[in-house]
Ligand binder design. Structure first.
Ligand code: ARG
Length: 465
């Protein structure tokens, strides 16, 4: 196996030879952890400011280090991070560039710190930012759902159980169901953010440090609520990444269900929606096709996001304290999941905002499926004091009669209905239409347009807080 000629310039003091090329390759995380550069520089700046304040590093050296770090940030911003496999990771790439820029003083930056607490800090900062991005995306999705729900608060459609027409609902109510899912997702991300907001910097390699550092100062400088309380846990904890991935998984499941509805609704037999051109593709051989690719990919991405979550669970399973290199593999699944989730949220927001709902078609199907059968049974209970189970049987006979006659329930004659059960009178027609059915479901959280309107108003109020 080939070897590089020299040992590692950052940690190679006791090594006579360099690593095998495959060792360099398996060891290096720079190809992916370069995404942490902003957080790495922010963490180093907070650390060196604290070292100077505590008298651990001379003010002059700290100043040179800070200026050097600012310059490196400008370089990365302009040209990207150089991928140098010999230097392993973002921490060493940056420190080695600092040495090129300011000389030996650069070597003082790593006092009272290890890459173990450094990477734990950087990654937490990154995931915290990622959550803020997701929250902004989900807020836009909620706004789109609210707008379309409000527009269609009275549009009747079939409500389904077992994907069979069950009872009429409104499109506004249906869309608001997704609003509620996203609201819970946002609360999960907010919980995760609050829980992770403790700073591991200063835990050093695993045991803390003998230098008189001020962990409260670095925690505050980086926007954390407080320092973490156990150095071993600090460098080996990746709960924050798992919390993110679990919240992302749950969110992606919701998005996949919404995507699936769109896929079904866009199919010809349903015809509930016309997907916007901007989120559909054509077929290269079938000119009539208009495929819901964006929705299908959102459905598919949920599987990949769940895979990322599983990958990190399996990486962490059974790891002894404290840091082990396995944990370097924590980043790719989080980055991948975050990218996929961002795309999925944006695609669903775009689709919700621009899809054409075929409310005439929805109404026609709601009227055709005997969807008001429960209303007939409820009427018998309410107005004729019939026990529900008996009312259910009577209604079953009415449905059979309507089916045989090929008409909706509302078009059965009163004679026919009375022949089924004499207690029925013509007040029944007031509950057999789909509009009467949805309007009657005024229980809290029910589909009645005034209930849904009230929830929309309350949701808007909650979001403006
Ligand atoms: N690149 C490493 C990671 O991502 C940084 C920590 C390295 N620590 C160590 N003891 N080798 O986990």
């Amino acid at each position: 196996m080939s070897k590089v000629s020299s040992s590692n310039s950052m940690w190679g003091g006791r090594f006579a030879g360099g690593p095998a090329s495959v060792m360099r390759e398996i060891n290096a995380s720079i190809p992916f952890d370069k995404r942490l550069w902003k957080q790495d520089i922010a963490g180093s700046k907070a650390h060196v400011a604290m070292l100077a304040k505590q008298g651990i590093v001379e003010g002059e050296d700290a100043q040179a280090i800070t200026e050097g770090l600012n310059r490196i940030a400008a370089e990365y911003e302009a040209d990207g991070v150089p991928v140098n496999m010999d230097l392993e990771d973002i921490h060493m790439v940056t420190e080695s560039r600092l040495a090129e820029l300011i000389g030996p003083a650069a070597g003082r930056l790593h006092t009272a710190r290890s890459r173990n607490d450094q990477v734990a800090t950087d990654f937490r900062l990154w995931v915290r930012d990622a959550i803020d991005e997701v929250q902004a995306g989900l807020e836009a999705l909620q706004a789109a759902l609210l707008a379309r729900a409000e527009e269609h608060v009275g549009a009747v459609m079939p409500g389904f159980t077992h994907l069979q027409s069950a009872q009429p609902v409104t499109l506004g109510h249906h869309l608001m169901a997704y609003f509620e899912m996203i609201r819970r997702d946002r609360s999960r991300f907010a919980d995760a953010r609050a829980r992770m907001n403790e700073c591991p910097l200063g835990a050093a390699a695993l045991a803390g440090t003998g230098f008189p550092i001020d962990r409260h100062a670095t925690a505050a400088a980086l926007g954390f609520d407080r320092p973490t309380d156990n150095s071993l846990d600090s460098v080996s904890d990746r709960d924050f990444a798992l919390d993110y991935l679990m919240a992302a998984t749950q969110c992606s499941l919701h998005l996949s269900r919404l995507a699936e509805e769109f896929i079904i609704w866009a199919s010809q037999p349903f015809g509930f929606v016309k997907l916007p051109d901007a989120y559909s593709t054509g077929s290269s051989i079938m000119p009539q096709k208009r495929n819901p690719d964006a929705a299908e990919l959102v459905r598919g991405h949920a599987g990949r996001i769940m895979g990322c979550m599983t990958a990190l669970c399996v990486t962490m399973k059974g790891l002894p304290l404290a840091y082990s290199k396995d944990m370097q593999d924590d980043k790719p699944p989080v980055f991948e999941a975050h990218d996929l989730l961002g795309l999925s949220i944006a695609a669903m927001t775009g689709m919700i905002g621009t899809v054409t709902f075929r409310t005439d078609r929805m109404r026609a199907l709601a009227e055709s499926g005997f969807a008001t059968a429960t209303d007939l049974a409820d009427w018998l209970v309410r107005e004729a004091n019939v026990p529900f189970r008996e009312a259910h049987h009577i209604t079953g006979r009415a449905v059979a009669a309507a089916e045989a006659a090929g008409t909706p329930l509302a078009e059965l004659s009163i004679e026919t209905l009375k022949a089924i059960d004499p207690r029925i009178d013509d007040r029944i027609y007031a509950v057999l239409t789909v509009d009467a059915s949805v309007a009657s479901r005024r229980s809290h959280g029910g589909t009645a347009p005034d209930q849904v309107r009230a929830r929309i108003a309350q949701a808007r109020e909650e979001m403006s807080r």
